[in-house]
Design a protein around this ligand. Structure first.
Ligand code: 8YV
Length: 326
């Protein structure tokens, strides 16, 4: 536009915190476009920044490639497997995410999911609502946290927040990651199958994307064994979903607690039909408080960049200032 404001393309819903926070910019809403191609043809050459308000929107070369002046993509969510960061890095585009502000919320949810799965709280609640308690007490849960070791798959900031909570509950924690995490005293297993053999619960909290696709496969589930429980707080892609369904059917493992799925919001009917699983609709960070902080960080990254101070939380693949290699 001729008003001299930086032009920003917004992908995803117009959340109030993001729309209000982007007032210093001229914002074009991709979601409102009658014809995306027409809009992109018109504004594409002038757009210098993108705000992405939902992590289910895929941001790849087919979109970024239509924005030749694009310098920064500020996305909602700590996980950024929905953005092609390799392509962005090659084209000198900085990608920012929303780390830290959601750590404690996601760790709380992980604890909730662990407790629900181990102690069957949702099943017991359904039992009461079905009027069955008056007939007979709900059966004792076969599992407890009292005799279990947790193996964390991933020990980043959220993993550490989960481990801290387990420490307080006196549950032993070990972890697997490609490299030992700095400043962490828990035992590190370089080999995931070995760790799965030694623990009773696997808690998956590692980034999604190609590097971790199907990391939790039939071999890992077999090693976890018939009293084992799988908790996935990461991305559906990290778990081989058909292998998990098979392992639950065969009782290769005891149960699973899942906050994430391969094709969200679709959840395999086979999982929904199972009693020995607890299923959450991807709500790790989903409180008004935390989501507002995440939305605000989407805004703050763009405002800091526009003021010449650099973005606040660039992802490691696209450090600031950018290096254009393509
Ligand atoms: C979001 C998340 O809930 O930040 C992430 O990476 O997975 C969650 O906080 C998710 O992006 C919702 O779409």
């Amino acid at each position: 536009m001729a008003d001299g404001k930086i032009e920003v393309l917004l992908s995803g819903p117009p959340k109030p915190t993001i729309v209000d926070g982007l007032a210093p910019f001229t914002v074009h809403r991709l979601a409102d476009a009658k014809d995306r191609d027409v809009l992109l043809q018109e504004i594409g050459p002038r757009v210098r920044a993108m705000a992405v308000s939902v992590s289910s929107d895929k941001i790849g070369p087919e979109l970024m490639g239509k924005l030749p002046k694009l310098e920064i993509v500020s996305t909602f969510a700590v996980g950024y497997d929905h953005v092609d960061v390799k392509w962005a890095a090659e084209h000198g585009i900085t990608v920012t995410n929303t780390p830290k502000v959601l750590n404690e919320e996601v760790a709380d949810t992980a604890l909730g999911l662990i407790l629900c799965t181990v102690r069957e709280f949702p099943q017991a609640e359904r039992y009461l609502r079905a009027g069955k308690w008056v007939e007979r007490a709900y059966p004792l849960s076969k599992a407890t946290l009292r005799d279990r070791t947790v193996g964390m798959v991933g020990m980043g900031a959220i993993g550490q927040a989960i481990a801290r909570r387990l420490d307080a509950m006196r549950v032993p924690v070990v972890y697997h990651s490609r490299r030992p995490a700095a400043g962490v005293a828990y035992r590190h297993y370089p080999n995931l199958v070995e760790m799965a053999r030694d623990v009773d619960i696997l808690v998956v909290i590692t980034p999604g994307g190609a590097a971790t696709r199907n990391l939790i496969n039939a071999e890992v589930l077999g090693a976890l064994g018939p009293t084992g429980i799988l908790i996935n707080m990461a991305r559906g892609s990290v778990v081989d979903e058909p292998a998990l369904i098979q392992a639950l059917k065969d009782k290769t493992i005891m149960s699973a607690g899942l906050d994430v799925f391969v094709r969200e919001p679709e959840v395999p009917a086979e999982l929904i039909a199972m009693e020995n699983v607890v299923l959450f609709p991807h709500l790790g960070s989903a409180s008004v408080y935390t989501r507002t902080q995440m939305d605000q960080l989407v805004v703050d990254n763009l405002r800091s960049w526009a003021e010449g101070k650099g973005p606040l939380t660039p992802v490691p693949e696209t450090p600031w200032p950018p290096r254009r290699s393509a």
